[in-house]
Design a binder for this molecule. Structure first.
Ligand code: CP3
Length: 347
């Protein structure tokens, strides 16, 4: 399967492509289900979550399925309840801003706490067996911590940074709890049938390289080390981190996910330089601006051609967006993009 080959930097017949948030509100068949169920209900009903996972695959020639779930789902079992609101996205009531707030929190137990996620993986795997690989995922410790400390989405990450700077030991305890939870969650997903793993560090771009290296990298590395013996390729996506890619790469993993704020050729050059030996180089995933998909079809192709041209047909490129698809995306442009990527031949 192309995606698995590309993760291992083996040559492929065409560049594999999947898209972050490939299942979601831009698809009318998703919105039809979402009218009847909340997002959380969809995640917690394995038949529904499996159906939604497969929706984009019925329309487009994508090279992977990604299980329909959310990075926040494991928090509930850790003792951190949350809900999704219509306007503001996720809201966490039990914020952690002091050592006392850590009392009673524990490492997630995937079989008890997210059984529906594991069942969804089993259902999807049975449907696509031998045809497409299934991606399991989790949030990186920093991105999860930012939700838990802020109580939701944030602009300045002021509370998170205050905790990092003012109470580094409390922050470290929270990061350890999250790292250990993420590892067991990913292990359970592989046992249930996930064949590739992706770690999403969506908000780590708010940090300076100084803080990333000292306070965050060790915990992401703990996650990547913790899953390195599972025999599945691991993609590490750090959004907004194109100015510190060599540091990001140091956390481990097989594939580095790159956002659109850097040329793919320059990103890959920096990653090559960061690798200890040529044999341990990284595969690269990315990196079209998701909002490029809102332009006319020809312009979508022009931007995809730029990404592919920078990859120069090198083994180990997985085409993706630089972040998730947005709900306004026209499905026809997604089709055009996927077909264009597959038809690309490096000249
Ligand atoms: O990629 C896929 O198709 C798999 C599904 C997936 C979802 N969330 C479904 C979802 C994945 C991989 C995620 C990960 C996730 N969740 C991340 C990391 C990826 C990224 O985009 O950076 C983050 C930060 C979250 C947290 C989260 N979940 C937010 C901030 C929101 C609200 C914003 C929004 O888009 O509404 C969600 C909700 C969410 N997760 C939706 C979907 C399809 C929308 C739910 C709805 O239908 O209302």
């Amino acid at each position: 399967m192309r995606l698995l080959d590309a993760c291992r930097r083996t040559p492929v017949d065409a560049t594999p492509v999947w898209l972050m948030r490939q299942a979601g509100r831009y698809l009318p068949e998703y919105r039809a289900i979402r009218e009847k169920l909340s997002f959380i209900e969809m995640c917690k009903r394995p038949e529904v979550a499996a159906e939604v996972t497969l929706q984009p695959l019925a329309r487009f020639e994508l090279d992977a399925a990604i299980v329909f779930a959310d990075i926040l789902l494991p928090l509930e079992g850790m003792g951190i309840g949350f809900r999704f609101t219509a306007g503001d996205g996720p809201v966490i009531d039990h914020t952690v801003r002091s050592a006392a707030d850590l009392e009673g929190l524990r490492v997630v137990r995937p079989r008890e706490d997210v059984p529906y996620l594991l069942e969804t993986i089993r259902l999807v795997r049975a449907e696509i067996e031998g045809k497409l690989p299934l991606i399991g995922f989790a949030g990186a410790p920093f991105t999860l911590a930012s939700y838990i400390v802020e109580g939701g989405h944030s602009r300045h990450y002021a509370e998170t940074k205050k905790l990092m700077y003012g109470e580094p030991q409390t922050f470290a305890r929270l990061m350890r709890l999250l790292a250990d939870s993420v590892v067991v969650c990913l292990q359970a997903q592989v046992e249930a049938g996930a064949q590739v793993l992706q770690i999403f560090d969506s908000w780590v771009g708010c940090l300076s390289p100084y803080d990333y290296q000292r306070l965050v990298l060790p915990w992401t590395k703990r996650v990547l080390d913790g899953v390195s013996d599972l025999d599945v390729p691991v993609i590490h996506f750090a959004n907004g981190a194109s100015a510190m890619l060599p540091l990001v790469a140091r956390a481990g993993g097989d594939v580095v996910g790159v956002d659109w704020r850097i040329g793919l050729d320059e990103a890959w050059r920096q990653l090559d330089e960061a690798a200890d030996t040529p044999g341990e180089r990284y595969a690269v995933q990315g990196n079209l601006d998701p909002v490029a998909l809102l332009g006319p079809g020809d312009e979508v192709e022009a931007r995809a051609a730029d990404v592919l041209g920078r990859a120069r047909g090198r083994a180990g490129h997985i085409f993706n967006l630089g972040h998730g698809l947005i709900p306004q995306t026209p499905p026809d442009n997604v089709r055009r993009l996927v077909d264009f990527v597959h038809s690309w031949r490096d000249s």
